[in-house]
Design a protein around this ligand. Structure first.
Ligand code: ADP
Ligand code: MG
Length: 344
């Protein structure tokens, strides 16, 4: 290390770092079907089914702030974001393990509250808590959840698989969680300046709810099954629509064109964005933590998808060399760039 020029994490970013660290690993076992690079790993179970495995780590001060994130919600959210990664593979979550690193400043009651939220999520998503690990940390709380799921091997959806002319679809609406976070941050600053003033969250329930208690879209996975639609590719939106579209393009060797006026935005998201002097479209593109599903379908599935109020067609897949564009209502195309969340 002494003679080498040391590289800064910020130079490569989160995804660059993952590539650097994992590039020399080859899968050795026949049943390891898919390793690093998708929402979950795939392990073949038998002739017809695969296991799906995914893990996510939430760190105090990075992913959550306990000034406004009640521990019960944190527990629920930690499970939900893991279940979301199994949904992104078109699978069903079945088991979780929960690992905690916790500083002594947390009383037992606080951790019980965290587990109340985990319990609520286990009931809601019908998953079993089957283990974990508990250790101390010098400061703060870190919670790591691993989820195991299952899927019919012919129905698993990868980030790879999108084909030219496929339709691009998102569930629910976008940007709400990011604006929920802006509202919570604003009220935190007001409270810090004057602890007598109570936070004003009235009227922002939907946005704050999306931020504090996101719901993995298990309903969409069931719905697609009922419709008989298997997406050609799928990912969940944790880092922002633009960033997730880039993952699909990279994995599927394609480009995308999306239409700004098609992006599903709740009215409250749009009005709140304007209150914060933010462009609602930018919030929909780059705001994180929506935990909606982003997927592509063959054009022949248009009729099935278009009739569902929970699904919106936002654009289509183009050939690799076409470039990625967002097209506004006047037809002008602007190059689509992923901002997303930067960890480093
Ligand atoms: P998601 O946003 O869906 O949770 P991530 O962006 O966290 O996915 O991770 C992308 C891929 O890289 C996943 O397949 C994940 O398992 C893998 N990955 C992330 N960090 C590491 C790591 N430190 N070592 C090995 N694989 C990793
Ligand atoms: Mg994911």
């Amino acid at each position: 290390m002494e003679n080498k020029k040391l590289r800064d994490l910020a130079e490569v970013g989160e995804f660059g770092l993952i590539d650097i660290l994992t590039q020399d690993f080859q899968l050795k076992n026949n049943n390891s079907i898919l390793g690093v690079g998708d929402d979950a790993a795939e392990i073949r179970l038998n002739e017809t089914e695969s296991l799906l495995v995914s893990t996510d780590c939430l760190v105090e001060g990075i992913h959550f702030n306990l000034m406004y994130m009640p521990l019960k919600f944190l527990g629920y959210k930690a499970v939900s974001v893991n279940v979301s990664d199994i949904c992104a593979m078109n699978g069903r979550a079945e088991q979780i393990t929960v690992s905690l690193a916790v500083s002594s400043r947390f009383p037992i009651e606080a951790l019980e509250e965290l587990y109340e939220g985990i319990h609520m999520a286990c009931e809601h998503f019908k998953v079993d808590l089957v283990g974990g690990d508990t250790t101390s940390s010098l400061s703060g709380l870190m919670i790591t959840i691993t989820v195991v799921g299952r899927a019919d091997k012919n129905k698993i959806t990868y980030r790879a698989g999108a084909k030219e002319n496929d339709l691009i679809v998102v569930s629910g609406d976008l940007g709400a969680s990011y604006l929920g976070l802006q509202v919570l941050e604003r009220e935190k600053e007001v409270f810090k300046a004057n602890p007598e003033i109570q936070p004003q969250l009235d009227g922002f329930d939907y946005l704050v709810g999306k931020q504090l208690k996101p719901e993995a879209r298990v309903d969409i996975v069931s719905y697609l099954e009922k419709l008989g639609v298997i997406p050609t590719s799928m990912i969940d939106i944790s880092d922002g629509l633009a960033s997730e579209l880039m993952h699909i393009c990279k994995a599927s060797d394609c480009s995308v064109s999306i239409y700004s006026e098609k992006l599903p935005l709740d009215d409250l998201t749009s009005t709140t964005a304007l209150d914060f002097n933010l462009d609602p479209i930018t919030c929909a593109l780059n705001g994180g933590e929506d935990y909606e599903l982003l997927f592509t379908v063959n054009q022949s599935d248009f009729d099935k998808v278009v009739s569902n109020p929970n699904l919106t067609i936002i654009g289509h897949v183009t050939s690799k060399d076409s470039g990625n564009f967002i097209i506004d209502k006047n037809g002008s195309a602007v190059s689509l760039k992923a901002q997303g969340w930067r960890h480093f």
